[in-house]
Design a protein around this ligand. Sequence first.
Ligand code: 13P
Length: 251
Amino acid sequence: MKKLMAANWKMYKTGAEAVATVNEMAAMLNGTAPEGREIAVFVPFTALEAASAAMKSISGASTGAENLYPASEGAFTGEISPVMIKACGAAWVLTGHSERRHILGESDEFVGQKTAFALQSGLRVMLCIGETLEERESGLLRNVLERQLKLGLKDVPAETPAEALAIAYEPVWAIGTGKTATNDDIVETHAICRELMREIMGAKADETPLLYGGSVKPANAGSILTLDNVDGVLVGGASLKAESFTQIINA
Ligand code: 13P
């Protein structure tokens, strides 16, 4: 399986800024993802169309939206559908990001509806899961991951191809804090995630990329990528500058 090198630009970058960063990445990568690597960049809705057009100059790279509403169209003021996302040229969408769960109050059930609807609509989905520090310290790590995976994947159609789905494990306490989980934490938690994925989706679990996210940077990406059950990384802050994200892609 190729390593999936993903960037989440969150609420950063206008369209013009996103295009400039993609163009810088294209120059640094000589127009192609390195061998054995695939690139996905999640960008704000307002930059999606322009960034998707610019991303065509990097082979092996695609864009994604950071959110969706689970309907093709309708009276849902302020929301964006998978049809609209695909029309912008994006291949992917994120669901269940911790900022949407914890700041916007999204439930596991709603994350599950979004995941299933996006897959049915032909988007690739990166479902994010992860525990808070309080949950980890109370011994609830496995319960939380199990609940988020079970409900997040509840209505995923059985015929979904393995490459249409990725899981990103992002401990909430490691996001944007500079506190990376230790390699031992990552190995232990990714083993739990893989076991739960096998319970839920059978053999397909081993072909579904499982990414780590949370304070990944050029200095730690290389060692994280060698760990068992780590099929890629999802990078926030350190993906905003082309140079830093390109170093991670090449790590
Ligand atoms: P940071 O890399 O800034 O910790 O963010 C991680 C993240 O939330 C990616 O989705």
